[in-house]
Design a protein around this ligand. Structure first.
Ligand code: NIG
Ligand code: FE
Length: 415
């Protein structure tokens, strides 16, 4: 058995509380403990308490980390990423800086299709190597778990190549990954739309389920992408094969996607920039979890951020995620997503931290294991440079992670 003791923690953001998404006022309660210590045994948290007590309790051979009065939080859980992709789209970024919109770029052959081409042309080994680099960057930024979607394959070969890479990241890097089949991300250029949809529901979803490569199915509901009717078919197949549903909805316009996600029993509705109060009510009634992605709003130079305040006030367990992808959101930084949520969505620093940890874990049905620092939970822990948790979103786009501990294993900042 190996033991690790983190002593002299200035401010411990424990998030001690129920193993579920936190709502309303609960989102402001970080369970702060001052002068704390944590004892880790193997991959689990064994004890949390005053630093002196942990020092007395720890085994003689424990590895000691002196946190030096700094802030310690649970590892961030990024519940929405597209981290596996070939190529990049820096050219589109440049076009957007000159005023081109996402839709204009897509209609000229860029957008998702340009990443599809690049991802299809990379062999599996190289795709894994590229993705491993990103996984290590996430760890350095304090993210210990990431949901990762396929969706740049748009045919069975390439979608499953992506899903295998997502699985292999979990085996070859410290990042815990959760796979989602997003075959319905865009309409393939080389296949009839109805045939492709049928192939998704009759072949890809069953295969994703029985291979264990995906836990969730996702669909992009938007004009020129997939309709509500397509979503109903996909949801039916996902349910039949025991996979949960996550949905990209209401990103570019209010397509009543939040209400659709609620109707279809989706575990999450993601984006929601254009969602109406009626959509918020429908999500509340159906226990659909909102996953908000401010970095993609920023990256697309859109003006309308999702109304997080109204969602929190309605009692929804709001989640923040990066939407990391080479098009709309080329940043995998959870602290940056929090900075944007504070400045543009009226969330407090405490609400942002709850949204990025325990609520995100709940959206992946992992709140019993992750998202707070309590005895019995997985030892995914971040030691920040800062002394006050509010500094995490405050020092905008500034790397602030000193040490990330994944399942009891320590990774120091590469300096
Ligand atoms: O979540 N909205 C659809 N999918 C991504 C964008 C993917 C891309 O542009 O490559 C998103 O923003
Ligand atoms: Fe996305």
């Amino acid at each position: 058995m190996s033991s690790l003791a983190i002593l002299n923690i200035g401010q411990l953001v424990s998030l001690i509380g129920p193993n579920r998404g936190r709502v309303g006022q609960e989102m402001s309660d970080l369970g702060l403990i001052y002068g704390a210590g944590i004892l880790v045994q193997d991959d689990r948290i064994r004890a949390v308490g005053p630093s002196e007590d942990i020092a007395l309790e720890m085994p003689a051979d424990a590895v000691i980390i002196d946190a030096g009065g700094r802030v310690v939080t649970p590892g961030f859980v990024d519940a929405h990423t597209h981290l596996v992709f070939g190529g990049n789209r820096c050219q589109e970024f440049e076009l957007r800086s000159q005023g081109a919109t996402y839709q204009e770029i897509s209609s000229k052959g860029g957008g998702i299709h340009s990443s599809v081409e690049a991802t299809r042309s990379v062999d599996e080994e190289s795709l894994l190597a590229r993705s491993q680099k990103w996984a290590h960057k996430l760890i350095q930024m304090g993210t210990t778990t990431a949901e990762i979607k396929s969706g740049y394959g748009l045919n069975a070969d390439s979608e499953f190549k992506m899903l295998r890479v997502i699985r292999d990241l979990r085996r070859t890097t410290p990042l815990r990954t959760v796979g989602t089949l997003l075959a319905a991300h865009a309409i393939p250029k080389d296949q009839d739309k109805d045939d492709y949809l049928k192939h998704i529901t009759t072949h890809m979803i069953p295969e994703a389920s029985c291979s264990g490569l995906a836990r969730y199915v996702d669909i992009f509901v938007e004009e020129n992408y997939y309709s509500a009717e397509c979503a109903r078919k996909i949801a039916g197949a996902a349910k039949k094969h025991g996979l949960g549903l996550r949905m990209h909805v209401d990103q570019m316009r209010d397509g009543h996607g939040a209400a659709l996600a609620a109707e279809l029993g989706a575990i999450t509705a993601d984006h929601l920039e254009q969602t109406s109060p009626a959509g918020i009510g429908a999500m509340k009634a159906a226990n659909t979890i909102p996953v908000l992605l401010p970095t993609s709003v920023f990256g697309l130079r859109h003006e309308k951020y999702p109304v997080a305040r109204a969602m929190i006030d309605a009692g929804l367990p709001v989640v923040l995620a990066t939407d990391f992808n080479p098009g709309s959101s080329p940043s995998p930084s959870m602290p940056f997503a929090m900075s944007l949520a504070m400045l543009n969505m009226g969330m407090s620093a405490a609400e942002c931290l709850t949204a990025a940890t325990i609520n995100a874990a709940a959206s992946l049905e992992l709140a019993h294991e992750l998202g707070s620092l309590e005895p019995g939970k997985v030892a995914d822990i971040v030691i920040h440079e800062w002394e006050d948790y509010r500094e995490i979103p405050y020092w905008i786009a500034t790397p602030g992670v000193r040490t990330t501990i994944c399942r009891g294993q320590k990774f120091d900042k590469v300096s």
